[in-house]
Design a protein around this ligand. Structure first.
Ligand code: AMP
Length: 126
């Protein structure tokens, strides 16, 4: 683990190492398709990352390369993680950074789940 996925995937990225158990994480939810864990540098009272178990670099890579089973399983897992966090009554935000314009730092596809307070406007004005 992680298995399958993109030819250009970097197996040494930090989320690959978390999936292999080489570095710890604060786990929220796990199933055969996804792992959800708390972000190490939270931007909101609740800030959780959801990652697929396969070797996908970004949202673009995942949606082009992953099987329908993996895609469905991953998004169901993300919903289950948000529910397990108790975020549904007050609401939450999901975001995925792709590439350098979005400041994607870790080249393993991930969703950010933010919650626990009113989250303000969708994007900062520059
Ligand atoms: P992005 O900029 O969308 O690639 O987000 C990467 C996220 O991964 C950032 O919010 C980091 O704080 C987070 N992160 C980096 N290393 C770790 C780690 N070891 N455990 C948990 N979160 C991490």
């Amino acid at each position: 683990m992680p298995t399958g996925g993109s030819d250009h995937y970097d197996d040494q990225n930090v989320f690959a190492r978390i999936l292999r158990g080489e570095i710890p994480c604060k786990k929220v939810y796990e199933d055969e398709f996804a792992l959800a864990f708390h972000d190490i540098n939270p931007q909101a009272p609740v800030h959780v990352l959801v990652i697929p178990k396969g070797r996908y670099i970004s949202f673009a890579d995942f949606t082009q390369q992953a099987s329908e089973k993996e895609i469905a399983g991953f998004f169901r897992a993300a919903g289950a993680a948000a529910k397990a966090l108790g975020l549904e009554p007050d609401g939450y935000r999901i975001l995925s950074n792709v590439g350098h314009h979005a400041h994607q730092e870790v080249p393993h596809f991930h969703l950010h789940i933010f919650g626990g307070r009113p989250l303000g406007p969708m994007l900062a004005r520059r």
